[in-house]
Design a protein around this ligand. Structure first.
Ligand SMILES: *[C@@H]1O[C@H](CO)[C@@H](O)[C@H](O)[C@H]1NC(C)=O
Ligand SMILES: *[C@@H]1O[C@H](CO)[C@@H](O)[C@H](O)[C@H]1NC(C)=O
Ligand SMILES: *[C@@H]1O[C@H](CO)[C@@H](O)[C@H](O)[C@H]1NC(C)=O
Ligand SMILES: *[C@@H]1O[C@H](CO)[C@@H](O)[C@H](O)[C@H]1NC(C)=O
Ligand SMILES: *[C@@H]1O[C@H](CO)[C@@H](O)[C@H](O)[C@H]1NC(C)=O
Length: 450
């Protein structure tokens, strides 16, 4: 092993001494040389370009010039090169053919970046922030602000002057172009997001976050969304998606940092079409936009689907209202959570709790749909017992009827999806928060097929 490596190094040394080393991006070069092949995986070559290499040896030894299969350098080899470089810097500065994938990396500042050669990072409009690929690449972070555009995966969209807060009126836009032709989706992660709350009718009439150019209908949001996310589908043309934050009205300390990740059509992590929120994993927490126990107000004009990937060996879901009792209006019941407050009069003194309400004739303004929801789990449901789809009110309980106790609610309908709808005027519901639900997938029983 060691012998082979040393021979390899000597070979490379000769090779490179004969030809001066240059730093070349392999992407363009391979594109035109092997244009009949499917697009190459992005990677970079530090060294002589393949075309020239081929022609050099071709001329010298009369090789047939057919494209060689790509070889990627393993970590082991990179490690050896590093050890070697420590022993002999002069030598290393001459040799080295390093290819590395342009993989996601963690930058020195903690932001997510993409691994590129430093010059390539600058050319693409990023900022080098730390090392990657065993020190051969720079972790390249793309951060854009008002009026900018990007065609790079993993771009952060912030307001001008981030991380100081922003208080002013205006329209701040990021235009997002696809980083590759086969992009089907964008994931927007709200690393931080705090803009003005809606008016008392739940309409975002001061500040607004607007996503346009997507095939998914994205509701206008405002308020607090830190930690939340959106998956949006994009069409198969090259038209961009625009993210806009409109700010107006009273003085307010605003702040946002949104990570925009591009997802390929065949990516295993792509959300099913039309799922604005998408969760993987056996358990998690789902929150409506602007859900916040202390300040978030339920937004008007919401209409979206939340999807949960069914994990292997799991057949159902148990939902529970998040346990947090903060911020109940004075006069209300301090033992109750506002984790599920969709309709009712909570703002008006907190005395008017409507309890749990179910059914499409009772939930007509705002509701959550959990397909065939029951309090009792699979036993009743499998016997064809009555179940409910539509839940509203201010208590989470699928039996409705004004019930005043929050209980776990089960659903075994597949795929695992819930939808959320609110109407255009939340004035009557202005104490409501929307919903925060924990989910835990339920194992299959032997009778159940997946
Ligand atoms: C290669 O190294 C990187 C970081 O040094 C690590 O994240 C990755 O898992 C390694 N890959 C293999 C195949 O060992
Ligand atoms: C992206 O950043 C988060 C924290 O900011 C980190 O947990 C995660 O590992 C990073 N992803 C990659 C691929 O480096
Ligand atoms: C964009 O980056 C993420 C990791 O941050 C990765 O999972 C995804 O595949 C990348 N998209 C493309 C098109 O390379
Ligand atoms: C919203 O509803 C309230 C109460 O019914 C009403 O007073 C108000 O005018 C409505 N606002 C809008 C914008 O429709
Ligand atoms: C608000 O409640 C009042 C009284 O129940 C009702 O007349 C009015 O139509 C409601 N407004 C809306 C927008 O639902």
């Amino acid at each position: 092993m060691r012998k082979t490596f040393v021979l390899g190094v000597i070979f490379l040394y000769l090779h490179v001494t004969l030809m001066r080393v240059s730093f070349v991006s392999a992407e363009d070069e391979i594109m035109d040389e092997d244009s009949d092949r499917s697009p190459p995986r992005p990677h970079h070559v530090l060294g002589r370009s393949k075309r020239e290499t081929n022609s050099f040896w071709g001329n010298l030894f009369n090789f047939e010039r057919k494209p060689k299969p790509e070889r990627r350098i393993s970590n082991e080899t990179l490690n050896k090169m590093n050890e070697f470089s420590e022993r002999n810097n002069r030598f290393l500065s001459l040799f080295t053919v390093v290819k590395f994938n342009n993989e996601a990396c963690m930058s020195a500042s903690g932001d997510n970046g993409t691994c590129f050669p430093q010059a390539e990072c600058v050319r693409r409009g990023g900022a080098s922030n730390g090392k990657c690929a065993q020190g051969y690449g720079s972790c390249c972070v793309f951060s854009k602000s008002c009026g900018a555009s990007t065609n790079q995966n993993c771009t952060y969209f912030t307001h001008n002057g981030y991380p100081s807060s922003f208080d002013g009126s205006g329209s701040c836009q990021l235009t997002v172009y696809k980083c590759a032709p086969d992009i089907c989706q964008l994931k927007l992660e709200f690393d931080s997001f705090n803009i003005a709350q809606p008016g008392s009718n739940g309409v975002c009439n001061n500040d607004q976050f607007i996503v346009s150019g997507t095939t998914t209908a994205v509701p206008i949001t405002c308020g607090v969304n830190t930690g939340n996310h959106m998956f949006v589908d994009v069409g198969n043309d090259n038209s961009p998606v625009t993210l806009s934050v409109i700010t107006s009205g009273p003085t307010f300390s605003r702040s946002w940092k949104i990570k925009v990740t591009q997802i390929k059509c065949n990516d295993a992590f792509r959300a099913p079409e039309g799922c604005l929120q998408y969760f993987r994993g056996v358990s998690g927490v789902i929150r409506s936009y602007n859900f916040d126990f202390t300040s978030g107000q339920q937004l008007s004009n919401q209409d979206y689907t939340t999807c949960i990937r069914q994990e292997r060996n799991f057949c159902g879901i148990r939902y529970t209202a998040c346990s947090d009792n903060v911020g109940y209006p004075s006069g209300g019941d301090p033992a109750r959570s506002r984790a599920f407050t969709l309709t009712g009069q909570l703002a008006q003194g907190g005395a008017g709790s409507v309890g749990a309400i179910t059914g499409s004739s009772n939930c007509v303004t705002d509701w959550v749909t959990i397909p065939c929801a029951t309090n009792t789990g699979r036993i009743l449901q499998m016997n064809g017992a009555v179940c409910q789809d539509r839940l509203c009110g201010d208590i989470f309980n699928s039996e409705g009827g004004g019930a005043s106790n929050q209980v776990p609610v089960y659903s075994y309908a597949k795929p695992f999806r819930i939808t959320y709808h609110t109407d255009s005027n939340e004035t009557n519901d202005s104490g409501n928060r929307g919903f925060c639900l924990n989910y835990i997938q339920q194992p299959c029983t032997p009778q159940q097929k997946k």
